[in-house]
Write a protein that binds this ligand. Structure first.
Ligand code: ADP
Ligand code: G6P
Length: 483
């Protein structure tokens, strides 16, 4: 029976090592949910890095990891500390991530890291090739594995290969600065179907293929000597029902079921019914526009002082890639800005910003989403931004306003949100005021349209549409061979 092999840098599970004991926690993240049915189907497997390095595991632990991972229908790719330093923290997160998000000034071009990137993509290919059988389908995910499609295609030309990029593909003028541009495009072109979140990313990719690889592009098909590659956009959705139902259940909680966080949020609401909460949630990443958001909030409080003591920004930042210097710098800058603004504006009964730097369990995310009248999501660049979609899904009481950066892929499908340019403080401040004062009927009208759309284009639908498009490229190849 043919199977689908999913490949991503991280496996959809977390392995923790506590006093030499392994703890395996399956991931509840968007990608894992969306691919659940593809993964669960038949003998499907998921290949990726376990999150632990070779150096952390002795032989006994290695075999325990192997067994634990296998139980979840996964296979681990074994990576050394050197791989993590140069392939993951290095080339993936100091070169590709900033370059593809238009942060040229943060982008490093280091030959040693490029070598590590190639070596680790080959390690992934080895594990895939060990498990692949004729007729199987492979779906590769994201910027850490751009070379993998070709590494598989060269060895197994009859395999159907899909690739999805979860971050933006930059414009040609940015991409052309990249020293290894041909090798990377060549690697991606090993796929039969290439998927992007938005039409713009797709267009940028095709433009680079035309101008750098000098290949013929017809509408959304690339003609190679021996085959045709399809390129399309598939905006990723969320597990709408999960967020919506969790929010509905949340409404009916009695006092004993409430989290400590929810009690604190309730206290805030009860102390002054007019005070509103403005929420932001992101990984602590320089692409997310965190300092901009704080500065814009400061600007808002100065421009509209009547909102002092009437509005509070709750900012949840999840620690991420903290061994990369730019992320450390961002954390320092954020701490300082929050401290400065709280110091400047706080009164005996009011602190303008509540700032959490930690990961939170799902229940607490729901507490935050359901308690906040406005979500302020201001990335400088973002492939999609699922938080914006999750906020909308949890607004079960018909109220809530989303202020969203037009630089997030999600903005393309969320025209009913209030869209802003994250670099324009004046506009953010004015829009925040509009959001806080929006009549309930207007909030409801916008929410209703957004919710209907998000419900229809769920993450399961995203995965189904990608897989059926990939299957159609397979059928096309088979009929052209027999012709
Ligand atoms: P990115 O993929 O760049 O991190 P997204 O907004 O697309 O940004 O996705 C972030 C995901 O992480 C969302 O599904 C969100 O629910 C989840 N998440 C965000 N903050 C936390 C947190 N503190 N704890 C757990 N999960 C979180
Ligand atoms: C983004 C990327 C993913 C990545 C995730 C978390 O969503 O597109 O590929 O897994 O961030 O980042 P991390 O570096 O912790 O895997």
């Amino acid at each position: 029976m043919n199977k689908t092999i999913i490949v991503s840098n991280r496996l959809p599970l977390q392995i923790k090592l506590n006093n030499d004991k392994l703890e395996v926690v399956p991931s509840v993240g968007g990608l894992a949910t969306g691919l659940k049915s593809v993964h669960a189907d038949g003998n499907g497997i998921w290949i990726g890095w376990s999150g632990l390095t070779e150096e952390e595991l002795d032989d006994n632990l290695k075999s325990l990891v192997k067994q634990a991972v296998k139980k979840e229908k996964c296979e681990a790719v074994s990576l050394t500390q050197d791989d993590i330093d140069n392939y993951y923290l290095g080339f993936s997160n100091k070169t590709l991530w900033p370059l593809f998000h238009y942060f040229m000034e943060y982008t490093e071009f280091e030959h040693e890291q490029w070598q590590a990137y190639k070596r680790v993509n080959e390690k992934f290919a080895e594990v895939v090739l060990e498990h692949i059988e004729d007729g199987d389908t492979v779906w590769v995910h994201d910027y850490q594995l751009l070379l993998l499609p070709k590494l598989i295609k060269d060895k197994k030309p009859n395999t159907s290969i899909g690739f999805f990029l979860h971050i933006p593909f930059p414009s040609y003028e940015i991409f052309r600065t990249f020293p290894w541009r041909e090798e990377v495009l060549d690697g991606m072109l090993g796929a039969d179907l290439l998927g992007f979140h938005t039409y713009d990313y797709e267009r940028h990719f095709l433009s680079s293929v035309k101008r750098i690889m000098r290949l013929e592009v017809n509408f959304n098909e690339i003609s190679m000597a021996d085959r045709t590659i399809k390129v399309d956009s598939f905006p990723m959705g969320i597990d709408y029902n999960k967020f919506h139902n969790a929010a509905l259940a949340h409404l009916n909680q009695d006092e004993s079921q409430k989290s400590e966080l929810q009690k604190r949020l309730d206290d805030h609401i009860q102390s002054d019914a007019d005070t509103k909460l403005v929420l932001s949630i992101d990984r602590m990443d320089y692409t997310k526009g965190i300092p901009n958001r704080i500065r814009a909030f400061e600007y808002f409080l100065n421009k509209y002082p009547e909102f002092k003591e009437k509005v509070r920004l709750i900012m949840l930042a999840v620690p991420s890639r903290s061994d990369v210097p730019q992320y450390k710098k961002l954390k320092r800058e954020t701490d300082e800005l929050v401290g400065r603004i709280n110091g400047q504006f706080a009164t005996v009964s009011w602190t303008p910003i509540w700032y959490y730097y930690r990961s939170m369990p799902f229940e607490n995310l729901i507490d935050l989403y359901t308690s906040s009248q406005v979500a302020l999501i201001t990335p400088i660049r973002d492939g999609m931004n699922l938080v914006a979609k999750e906020y909308i899904a949890t607004r079960t009481n018909g109220h809530g306003v989303l202020v969203l950066s037009e630089m997030a892929g999600a903005s393309k499908e969320m025209n009913e949100a209030l869209l802003i340019n994250p670099n324009n403080f004046e506009q953010i401040a004015d829009t925040l005021k509009i959001a806080l004062e929006m009549p309930e009927a207007e909030q409801s009208r916008r929410l209703h349209i957004l919710q209907k759309r998000l419900k229809r284009y769920s993450v399961e639908k995203w995965a189904d549409e990608f897989m059926s498009s990939l299957n159609s490229t397979k059928k096309y190849r088979e009929t052209s061979i027999t012709r």
